[in-house]
Design a protein around this ligand. Sequence first.
Ligand code: C2E
Ligand code: MG
Ligand code: MG
Ligand code: MG
Length: 301
Amino acid sequence: CDRALLAARSIKGQYGKYFAAYDDKLRDELLRQQAIIDEMETALKEEQFLIYLQPKYRIRDDKLAGAEALVRWNHPKWGFQSPAEFIPLFEKNGFITKLDQFVWDKTCSYLREWEEKGYPPLPASVNVSRADIYNADIADILMNTVEKYGLPPSRLHLEITESAYTENPGQIIETVSHLRNLGFIIEMDDFGSGYSSLNMLNQMPIDILKLDMKFIQSETVKPANQGVLRFIMELARWMHLSVVAEGVETREQLDRLLETGCDYVQGYYFARPMPERDFEKLIREQQSDEEQEQQREETDR
Ligand code: C2E
Ligand code: MG
Ligand code: MG
Ligand code: MG
């Protein structure tokens, strides 16, 4: 906390008392950031971090097609904290590497558990931070993780945010090609949020485009927006990529996606991120639906 206070004081010294109100806000913010950082190691040790799973559905047949693992921090005093706040802090100070390892482990342990229960194999997507993807050992780390749980790498989808690709495209092309050769599935997360060029996309060895929410959440549905969506889907088909739309909240948004030929959807319209036991219920429901379908087909024959 001292460091944050010193930083806040030095800013105050520079700009004087006229900025006192702004200064207080800034100081509070710095104190809060420092408090988060002070708590993170304990949080990991005491298992305050939880994994929530958000279902992903295949549009073609409405089937559950996988899950995205999203970290949650349930702090004993502060309650649930937003990843949008703490992830960027952990990326800056490097703690994200430890946290992501925890998330990957936990996610693989769920996949393993479901396999042992005899459920049909589903893939899970994990987020790979920009700090992880530029780590020279990333392929070994991920490979060791899946092997520890006896899973093929193809069960793990790696979501790498679009802006991470542009930091050092040469290096990332190499890493991602290697990961793909090992069998991992690569998703470009937040596609279209503002960084990638079509040229870069063309060179990136990826499997899946994950459309940024802003494409479907734009308030006014202009014909031009629908045109952009259509263009992206067409481009993806040419490049043999599947497309996932995230942040689908309404029936209307789903209809727009149906029109353009999107492959997978994820969003509050279908389900919020949920604890593993709730997700497992969804798997069981789908399994019994499939068994009933099969029985019906058999009696029809
Ligand atoms: P992301 O990977 O793009 O994840 C999608 C975010 O959208 C999640 O926010 C999810 O809860 C939220 N979301 C899902 N459906 C909807 C919807 O219909 N409407 C709206 N408005 N939002 C929806 P969340 O969980 O708060 O995570 C925020 C970001 O934090 C993630 O964005 C990801 O970049 C990062 N993150 C989360 N968990 C991890 C993790 O384990 N490791 C790393 N490195 N980053 C993570
Ligand atoms: Mg993601
Ligand atoms: Mg995203
Ligand atoms: Mg369970």
